[in-house]
Design a protein around this ligand. Structure first.
Ligand code: ZN
Length: 195
């Protein structure tokens, strides 16, 4: 049986429902070596385990804890598995929550520039090229496989988080360090499309 502590995973996207057992986890900051690891896939049988269910619940709570944050990868909280969570509404309506286990990018198109922050780099904001449209498939915490067309802000968030699963950081995608890197005092995991 699936634990299903906070959600029945239909329909997708979800409305966030807090749960007492969820905890805010510590964010790993660059240059923590875990951010450079290629994360391992989650076995389908493993999805229902307490390890994975607790991890995704905690990741959701941790993402919403940080103001303006729209995505978080498992390696950013110290677990090198192929999971990320995202919600393009950040802290507003909290009704675009997605929990993606073993995501696969099936197509990408319409490349544009995106301005992004990252929780693991609190002092930087960068401009990188991302696809404005993508087709992504993944497993939900209930073990279901889903495929969706993501576009604009959601597509960009998903690409940033997917990179984390590969050990790729947004600094790796900068073309010109003089123009594409801005130092900020504080910037959450965030993305803004710029043409
Ligand atoms: Zn990031």
């Amino acid at each position: 049986m699936l634990r299903g502590r906070i959600w029945k995973y239909t329909p997708n996207p979800l409305k966030y429902t807090p749960c007492e057992t969820m905890t805010i986890r510590k964010i790993r900051l660059y240059p923590d070596p875990i951010l450079r690891q290629k994360c391992r896939p989650v076995d389908l049988q493993e999805i229902e385990t307490a390890y994975i269910q607790d991890l995704v619940n905690d990741m959701v709570k941790t993402m919403y804890h940080f103001e303006g944050t729209v995505g978080l990868a498992a390696c950013q909280v110290g677990e090198p598995v192929r999971i990320f969570v995202m919600d393009s509404t950040a802290k507003t309506t909290r009704d675009r929550l997605k929990v993606l286990i073993n995501p696969t990018i099936n197509a990408q198109s319409q490349w544009k520039y995106s301005r992004e922050g990252c929780l693991s780099f609190p002092d930087y904001i960068v401009t990188v090229k991302r696809a404005r449209k993508m087709i992504l498939s993944w497993h939900t915490p209930a073990g279901e496989q889903v495929e969706e067309d993501l576009r604009d802000f959601e597509a960009i968030i998903a690409q940033h988080e997917f990179d984390h699963l590969e050990g790729i950081l947004f600094l790796d995608r900068i073309k010109n360090i003089n123009t594409d890197l801005i130092i900020r005092s504080h910037q959450p995991e965030q993305a803004v499309i710029t043409d």
